[in-house]
Design a protein around this ligand. Structure first.
Ligand code: NAG
Ligand code: NAG
Ligand code: NAG
Ligand code: NAG
Length: 508
């Protein structure tokens, strides 16, 4: 079958590390305790972390660059065709105008003292027709070369991710183009960013491009397409990794891995076996869906049983290709959620197949969603995260979620952050006084510190995000940045309290 038009992502991270093989299991005793006095950088700062730990900040192409001088991509079509799917009916047409203002972006990074930058490359900017055969846009290549060189000149290491189109052979071509053009300066490549989100939002509930689902206007099948798309993303990733390892890794000396969104789930009722099973199931459907193939070469047993023949299978050759296709794992972590058992869905859908209802820690009463996709990857699932108490993971969560996979490689916290709601009624002084964001990042960092002390091999932390940007399905109403951006005049950027705190935290 033809794969519906998709966007995949691929990323690059430039940090140079040796691989070690620490396998110690984390100690579940170590938990970050409230209140986190995290603004006191005299007490807690980078010296609490290993010397070789990397502090960075992250953005993504569509969310910051603006659409100028590139071909249209899935998000352009989607935001223009369905403005009602975004609360402020906005698009990423201008966003932070980083196409024109990339030097200002680098200045913000310098001011924050970060050592590395995780950015992404827009597929549509370098391959306007989506495929090599349609030609390379050398202006797009020049834009990224300028950006990479500007980072290099400022001693900021680079990590990049990008968007992709129809089939995975195109993806491999795309990946190869980037290895060829940027691989001399980019040492960490991330193939996919949150493949879960494309599968479940693009093809499960239709809330992301290409907007497909059962009963969606553009067609789709929520019971099958998310699994097919996830399958193809895994194969695309594995082919890109195989290519890199065969032709580029030796002389370019980089590493290649992927980034998953990794929530942790905890039973709503700790005494209920049903809820305990639901929490485990949620994790298998959320993280195991991708992690099991990458580590074991097959989908989790529970998924195979529950999804049945709607779940694609790997041929022996594919299984071998996917298994072990990671030099490191990036983990985007935002929130831990309660899980409770839900009844079987009335019709097959990747959204409801896990039979789990999720809610947020601190908000047990908001358990009203009957499915795995509760409306947000990044804000704990609620539209107004500022009203929400979002707890960081405990070190136990971190160990169980990302480190029990026995990978002998490094793990990066690929993105972590919290959003403030801004419906246009937030004054600048209020927006800049983002103490909640300081507490959020700082508590995550204190948990990471515990995890490292327990023997977890965590190599770095990339704050999401460098600056306020276009938050996909939430438009400009959610601000995740450590720097404030005026979206009517994106050159107007101001440091928030969290940016000041982070730069002090990291300063040597
Ligand atoms: C960083 O924290 C340590 C204690 O962990 C403290 O001794 C040191 O002075 C702090 N550094 C700065 C610059 O505040
Ligand atoms: C802005 O308006 C929203 C919706 O009415 C409200 O929930 C929020 O508290 C307001 N924010 C401020 C800072 O007044
Ligand atoms: C950092 O150094 C420690 C101790 O030498 C080592 O075990 C660890 O693997 C290093 N981490 C990275 C990311 O290189
Ligand atoms: C944002 O920029 C516009 C245009 O320059 C300006 O009129 C407005 O006052 C700015 N907003 C804030 C909050 O500074």
């Amino acid at each position: 079958m033809a794969i519906p038009k998709a966007h995949y992502s691929l990323a690059i991270l430039v940090v140079l590390f040796a691989v070690s093989s620490s396998q110690k299991v984390c100690n579940p005793e170590c938990k970050a305790k409230e209140p986190f006095h995290c603004d006191k950088t005299v007490a807690f700062n980078r010296t609490s972390f290993p010397k070789n730990f990397t502090f960075g900040a992250a953005t993504s192409a569509y969310q910051i660059e603006g659409a100028a001088h590139r071909a249209l991509n899935g998000w352009d079509y989607f935001t223009h065709r369905y403005p009602e799917k975004v609360p402020d009916r906005s698009s990423g047409d201008l966003a932070c105008d980083s196409y024109d203002l990339y030097k200002d972006d680098v200045k913000l990074l310098k001011r924050m003292n970060v050592q590395a930058y995780r950015l992404s490359i827009a597929w549509s900017r370098v391959l306007p027709k989506g495929r090599l055969i349609g030609g390379v846009d050398e202006n797009g290549i020049t834009y990224y070369n300028n950006l990479i060189n500007e980072l290099k000149a400022n001693d900021v290491r680079r990590r990049i991710w990008w968007l992709l189109k129809p089939t995975y052979s195109d993806y491999t071509n795309y990946a190869e183009l980037l290895f060829q053009r940027f691989g001399d300066r980019v040492k960490f490549w991330i193939t996919l960013n949150q493949p879960f989100s494309l599968a479940t939002k693009g093809y499960g509930d239709g809330s992301y491009p290409p907007g497909r689902c059962t009963d969606c206007e553009f067609g789709g099948d929520s019971g099958t397409e998310p699994y097919i798309v996830a399958h193809h993303q895994l194969l695309a990733h594995a082919q890109a990794v195989s290519l890199y390892r065969k032709r580029y890794q030796k002389f370019q000396g980089g590493k290649i891995g992927t980034t998953l969104i990794g929530r942790w789930f905890t039973p709503l009722d700790e005494n209920s076996n049903l809820d305990k099973a639901a929490a485990k199931r949620a994790f298998d459907f959320f993280v195991g869906w991708f992690m099991d193939p990458l580590v074991y070469g097959e989908y989790p047993k529970i998924m195979r049983e529950m999804v049945g023949d709607r779940l694609p299978t790997f041929t022996p050759h594919e299984s071998a290709l996917v298994k072990g296709s990671l030099d490191f794992l990036g983990l985007n972590y935002y929130v831990t959620q309660y899980a409770t058992d839900a009844p079987p869905p009335t019709e097959p859908s990747a959204i409801t197949d896990p039979r789990v209802t999720l809610g947020c820690l601190g908000e047990r009463l908001t358990m009203v969603h009957g499915n795995l996709d509760d409306g947000g990857d990044d804000n704990g699932g609620l539209g107004a995260p500022s009203s929400l108490k979002i707890l960081p993971p405990t070190s136990n969560d971190i160990s169980a979620s990302s480190f029990s996979w026995s990978l002998s490689n490094h793990h990066y916290n690929g993105g972590s952050g919290v959003a403030d709601l801004d419906l246009g009624n937030v004054t600048l002084p209020v927006a800049l006084a983002d103490n909640g964001r300081i507490q959020n990042h700082c508590s995550h960092l204190s948990c990471l510190k515990c995890a490292i002390e327990d023997g977890c091999n965590v190599a770095g932390y990339f704050a999401w995000s460098l600056m306020d940007n276009y938050e996909f399905g939430n438009g400009y109403t959610l601000r995740f940045g450590m720097n404030w951006v005026n979206f009517t005049n994106p050159a107007d950027r101001k440091e928030k309290a969290s940016g000041k705190w982070f730069s002090k935290f990291i300063a040597k």
